[in-house]
Design a protein around this ligand. Structure first.
Ligand code: HEM
Ligand SMILES: Cc1cc2nc3c(=O)[nH]c(=O)nc-3n(C[C@H](O)[C@H](O)[C@H](O)COP(=O)(O)O)c2cc1C
Length: 549
C-alpha cells in the first residue's frame, strides 16, 4: 500500500478549550492514519497549557478504507454532509440528457410530495431530498417549481448537487418556454443596504480592520451579518477575546537602528511574508458571490497562508485553481460521522496540494448563537417558521461527528471559542500562561493563536509571547463581504503597516527579534507580574534564548 505524508496543522477544540496543532501526518492508505504532533495553535479559545500536547504517540484511525475510487467522488466539504454522495463525473441517465421539459410543466411540481426545481437549466426532482436538506425543507419548497439557480449558487458550492441521487436529474428546461426575467423589486431592507453600499468608501480608504466591520453591518444581508458576527449566546467569550489584548502592554526598546526590517518568517515550514493566516471560516459566499476565491487570491497576492474551511462555499477545485504558482493552502476538517468520508477528504486535499490540515475538534456540542438564528428568521419572514429554527452555523454542521474521542485522536489536547463554548479563557491569556508555566513547549512545537485579533499590535503581542503565527477570521469575512478581493487585500495591507510600525516602535526589525519580555501584563512589572523570558536553551528559534536586550 502507498504511504502518503501530509503536513498537518490541527485546530484542536476540546473541553471548552481550543488549540491548533501542526502535525506531520502519515496517512497509511491501507487502514490506519498515524499522527505525530509537530505544532500547536491555540485557537479562539485556549487550552490549559499543561494539556496542550497530547501523548506523542501514533494512533491508528481504524476502519478507513482509502481507495482511489472513494476519493475521486469526494465533493466539496459543504456538500459532503454524510449523505450518500454521487459524483458529478458519473454518467447521467440517458433520459435526463435527452428530455426537454417546458417551464409550464416544472411549475406543476410544487409540493412536499412532488417537488421540482431548475438549477442552471437542469431540472431536478428533489422530493426525496427535501426532508434531509441541511437548510431545511421549507428553504427548497419556497423555490419549488421555479428557477432556483440564483439562491442555490449563492449558498452552495457548485458540486453540492452531486449529493442528490443520480435519478434526481430528470431533464433540461426548454429555454424557449422560460418567462422573461422579472425586474427584481427590492424590499425596504435591501434598499437600505443598497444605499449604504453606494455610500461605502473604497477598500483603500479603510484605515482599520474595524472599519470593515462597521460597513459589513451596514451592507451585508441579515443572514450573512448575523452568521459572521454571532458568537456564543452571552457573547462573553467573544468580548473576552478582545479584552485580553488590552491587558498586555509593550515594553519598547529604543535607540536601535530601525531603518531596515522585515516581517518575513515561516511557520509549518511554509515561508510567508508575514506571520498571519486567514483562519478557516465558513460560507464566504454569503458575503460575496465569489466567496473564498477572493481570500485565496488576496492571500496569494500578498504571500500569506489561507486556511480553507471545511464548510467553504466554493469547491476545493475552485480554490486550488485560484492559487498562484506554488501558493500554499491549508485545509480545515471536521471529523465526519462517517470516518471514511473524512479520510477520503484528507486524501483529496493532499492530492490537491494542501500543505497542512487544521483539525477542528471542539464541535461535539452545539453552540447557542441566537443572533445567527434570529438573522435567519428575519431573512425568511413570511415563510412558515420551522418548529426548531436553525442558524446557518447549525444548518451546516449536521454531518459532524459528535462521538469523537481520544481513541480517534489521542495526540491532541484542547478546544473552539467565542463562537463555540462560553466561559472559555482568551487565547492570548493562555499563550501568556504557556509562556509563564511551560516555556519549554515553545521549543518542542509551533504555537499559533486566533480569536479577537484586530490590529498589528495584537499580532505583535502574540508573536512576542511566542506564537509563530496568528489567524484572523471575521475581519476577512467582513472585508470580503464589503469589498471582495480588494477588501481582503486591504486587510493584509493594514496589518502589514501596523505590524511593521509596532515592531519598529518596539525596537525589533525582524520577527526573530520579538521577545517575550517586550510584552507583559498592564501595570508595574514587579513580583508575580514580572516580564517573562524565554528559556535559555540553545537553538535557532526566535524564542529559544533568554534575551540579552
Ligand atoms: C437542489 C436544490 C436546492 C435548493 C433550492 C436549496 C436551497 C437552499 C436555501 C434557500 C437555503 C437557505 C436556507 C435558509 O436561509 O434558511 C439552503 C441552505 C443550505 N443548503 Fe440547500 N438547496 C438545495 C440543495 C442542496 C443540496 C444538494 C445540498 C447539499 C448537501 C444543500 C445544502 C445546504 C446547506 C448545508 C445549507 C445551509 C446553509 C445555510 O443555511 O445558509 N442544499 N439551501
Ligand atoms: C462566520 C465564522 C465561521 C467559522 N467557520 C469555521 C469553520 O468552518 N471551521 C473552523 O475550524 N473554524 C471556523 N470559525 C472559527 C475561525 O477559524 C477562527 O477560530 C475565528 O474566526 C477567530 O476569531 P476572529 O473571528 O475573532 O478572528 C469560524 C468563525 C466565524 C466567525
Amino acid at each position: 500500500m502507498n504511504e502518503v505524508s501530509v503536513n498537518q496543522m490541527q485546530h484542536n477544540r476540546f473541553d471548552h478549550r481550543s488549540a491548533l496543532v501542526d502535525c506531520e501526518i502519515n496517512v497509511k492508505v491501507s487502514s490506519a492514519i498515524l499522527f505525530d504532533v509537530k505544532a500547536i495553535c491555540i485557537s479562539e479559545r485556549s487550552p490549559n497549557p499543561t494539556e496542550v500536547i497530547g501523548p506523542e504517540s501514533t494512533t491508528p484511525w481504524d476502519s478507513v478504507d482509502l481507495t482511489a475510487s472513494t476519493f475521486d467522488s469526494v465533493t466539496s466539504p459543504l456538500a459532503f454532509s454524510g449523505y450518500p454522495s454521487f459524483s458529478q463525473e458519473q454518467e447521467q441517465p440517458d433520459h435526463a440528457q435527452e428530455r426537454l421539459i417546458s417551464y409550464e410543466e416544472v411549475q406543476k411540481h410544487t409540493s412536499a410530495d412532488d417537488c421540482w426545481v431548475i438549477i442552471e437549466g437542469n431540472i431536478y426532482d428533489i422530493t426525496s431530498f427535501l426532508k434531509i436538506h441541511p437548510g431545511g425543507e421549507q428553504a427548497i419548497l419556497t423555490e419549488a417549481g421555479k428557477d432556483a439557480t440564483e439562491i442555490f449558487s449563492k449558498l452552495h458550492p457548485s458540486d453540492a448537487l452531486s449529493t442528490l441521487p443520480q435519478e434526481a436529474l430528470i431533464g433540461a428546461v426548454d429555454p424557449t418556454t422560460l418567462p422573461a426575467p422579472e425586474e427584481k423589486v427590492l424590499t425596504e431592507e435591501e434598499e437600505r443596504r443598497q444605499a449604504a453600499r453606494e455610500e461605502m468608501p473604497d477598500a483603500h480608504q479603510m484605515l482599520l480592520l474595524q472599519d470593515f466591520e462597521y460597513w459589513a453591518e451596514q451592507v451585508l444581508s441579515d443572514t450573512a451579518w448575523s452568521y459572521y458576527r454571532s458568537a456564543t449566546d452571552e457573547e462573553r467569550s467573544f468580548r473576552e477575546n478582545r479584552e485580553a489584548f488590552s491587558r498586555y502592554f509593550f515594553r519598547p526598546r529604543i535607540l536601535r537602528d530601525m531603518s531596515i526590517g522585515s516581517t518575513e518568517t515561516s511557520f509549518l515550514g511554509i515561508p510567508v511574508t508575514m506571520p498571519i493566516f486567514i483562519a478557516p471560516a465558513a460560507m464566504a459566499k454569503l458575503g460575496h458571490p465569489l466567496g473564498e476565491i477572493n481570500l485565496t487570491k488576496a492571500a496569494g497576492e500578498y504571500g500569506i497562508v489561507q486556511a480553507i474551511s471545511a464548510n467553504a462555499s466554493c469547491t476545493l477545485e475552485e480554490l486550488f485553481n485560484a492559487r498562484k504558482d506554488g501558493q500554499p493552502l491549508v485545509f480545515q476538517i471536521y471529523l465526519n460521522k462517517d470516518r471514511s468520508a473524512s479520510a477520503s477528504l484528507l486524501q483529496k486535499v493532499e492530492r490537491l496540494g494542501a500543505k497542512a490540515i487544521i483539525f477542528t475538534v471542539d464541535t461535539l456540542g452545539d453552540s447557542k448563537r441566537t443572533m445567527d438564528v434570529r438573522g435567519k428568521l428575519n431573512a425568511t419572514k413570511g415563510a412558515p417558521a420551522p418548529r426548531t429554527p436553525l442558524g446557518v452555523g447549525a444548518a451546516i454542521s449536521g454531518y459532524q461527528a459528535r462521538d469523537m474521542t481520544w481513541s480517534d485522536i489521542d495526540f491532541i489536547r484542547s478546544n473552539h471559542g467565542g463562537r463555540q463554548a462560553d466561559y472559555a479563557p482568551a487565547p492570548l491569556d493562555i499563550l501568556y500562561e504557556m509562556r509563564a508555566l511551560r516555556p519549554d513547549l515553545f521549543l518542542k512545537t509551533e504555537v499559533m493563536i486566533d480569536g479577537g485579533i484586530r490590529s498589528g499590535a495584537d499580532v505583535v503581542k502574540a508573536l512576542a509571547l511566542g506564537a509563530k503565527a496568528v489567524g484572523l477570521g471575521r475581519p476577512f469575512l467582513y472585508a470580503n463581504g464589503t469589498h471582495g478581493q480588494d477588501g481582503c487585500s486591504r486587510v493584509i495591507e493594514i496589518l502589514h503597516e501596523e505590524i511593521t510600525n509596532t515592531m519598529r516602535n518596539l525596537g525589533a526589525s525582524t520577527i526573530q527579534e520579538l521577545k517575550p519580555e517586550m510584552v507583559g501584563p498592564a501595570g508595574a512589572w514587579v513580583g508575580a507580574n514580572r516580564p517573562l523570558y524565554a528559556p535559555a536553551i540553545s537553538g535557532n528559534s526566535s524564542h529559544d534564548q533568554r534575551s540579552r536586550l
